[in-house]
Design a protein around this ligand. Structure first.
Ligand code: IPM
Ligand code: MG
Length: 370
């Protein structure tokens, strides 16, 4: 049985609560003989700031570099609103993304039939929805320099952020999107604002050239990011894979998440380049939902996004596609049977706690593992 090294970074808010539940899933797969997971724990975000005055320590970065995959809960919360910008909780996440070059952020959005009524859109618009957003994660306005506020000396200040993209950055994330599309329904929508931004002009040019050169079998279209936002709430099922930059991807993935009924459901994977020598690919898996300070400590957070993130880890980092299918199936079965955490409850019915939801998923998974 192969042993995989997992680094667990529970982080802040509901992060530790959902991390506790996903560990039970890993343990069950271990007991079933699927694979052995060797886990280590580290601190990230506000939790790391409280302990070391930094949003992630160098020692935990070393663990991250050495791990086969990282599972992260969430970072941030009002407690750290006043901390210096350089060490705010989110900076831990950015260091992980940047130092491990996790340039491709996969954010799948599927609408479970059982949850179609929890969506803010009509059932017929979202039932069966299956979109994969591929967000560029290590470039653009998140990291471009200069990034500063300068004092103009006349009572005015100037805030500056810089959007920068080089050809290789667009090309490598484009490649991930085209490869992904080939395993799905073979369609890619590339999105930018070429009507306003030079990076948008280059984005389209690079994606078009890559398509012609290597992926002409995939259907490609280009949409301005504002118009794509509109189309996503008008007729979301028209899309398969969407590839876009860091900032547009951040915004559009929240929109798409909400179409599925709850942001508490959705996983993400952040992947780097495969090392040709070791075959290893740096990877971090985290729920899209964030730290949810409003429900922290109440035991009611939905653990599904975290468990789904682990399923992505099984699939993309460990090649355990069948086990990933089984975890996803266990979740779908529990939802179909009517169990709901507070965030996905539509109308009346009992509310399951975090622990009850994961316990039900474990029972289903045990059955499926045989
Ligand atoms: C995300 C989050 C982060 C981002 C925050 C927490 C900095 O919104 O992963 O989508 O903007 O990238
Ligand atoms: Mg976001």
């Amino acid at each position: 049985m192969t042993t995989y090294k997992l680094l667990l970074l529970p982080g802040d808010g509901i992060g530790p609560e959902v991390m506790t539940e996903v560990q039970k899933v890993a343990d069950l797969l271990g007991q079933a003989g699927i694979a052995q997971f060797e886990t280590e724990q580290g601190l990230v975000g506000g939790a790391a700031y409280d302990a070391h005055g930094k949003a992630i320590s160098d020692a935990d970065m070393d663990l991250a570099q050495a791990a086969d995959a990282i599972l992260l809960g969430a970072v941030g919360g009002p407690k750290w609103d006043g901390v210096p910008y350089e060490v705010r909780p989110e900076s831990g996440l950015f260091r992980l993304r940047k130092d491990l070059t996790l340039f491709a952020n996969l954010r799948p959005a599927m609408c479970y039939p059982a949850l179609a009524d929890a969506s803010s859109l009509k059932r017929e618009l979202v039932e069966g929805l299956d979109i994969m957003i591929v967000r560029e994660l290590t470039g653009g306005i998140y990291f471009g320099e200069p990034k500063e506020i300068i004092d103009l000396g006349n009572g005015q200040k100037r805030g500056i952020d810089t959007q920068i993209y080089d050809t290789y950055e667009i090309e490598r994330v484009g490649r991930v999107a085209f490869e992904m599309a080939r395993k799905r329904t073979n369609r890619v929508t590339s999105s930018e604002k070429r009507n306003v931004m030079k990076t948008g002009v280059l984005w389209k040019e690079v994606i078009t050239a890559l398509h012609q050169r290597e992926y002409a079998d995939v259907a490609l279209d280009h949409q301005l990011a504002d118009s794509l936002g509109m189309q996503l709430v008008r007729q979301p099922k028209q899309f398969d894979v969407i590839v876009t930059d860091n900032l547009f991807g951040d915004i559009l993935s929240d929109v798409v998440a909400m179409l599925t009924g709850s942001i508490g459901m959705l996983p993400s994977a952040s992947l780097g380049e495969v090392d040709p020598k070791t075959g290893k690919r740096p990877a971090l898996y985290e729920p899209v939902h964030g730290s949810a300070p409003d429900i922290t400590g109440k035991g009611i957070a939905n653990p599904i996004a975290m468990i789904n993130s682990f399923a992505m880890c099984l699939r993309y980092s460990f090649g355990l596609g069948e086990a990933a299918d089984q975890v996803e199936m266990a979740i779908a079965n529990v939802l179909a049977a009517g169990l709901r955490t507070a965030d996905i409850r539509h109308g009346i019915g009992a509310i399951a706690s975090t622990a009850q939801m994961s316990a039900a998923i474990l029972v289903e998974l045990k059955k499926l593992l045989g």
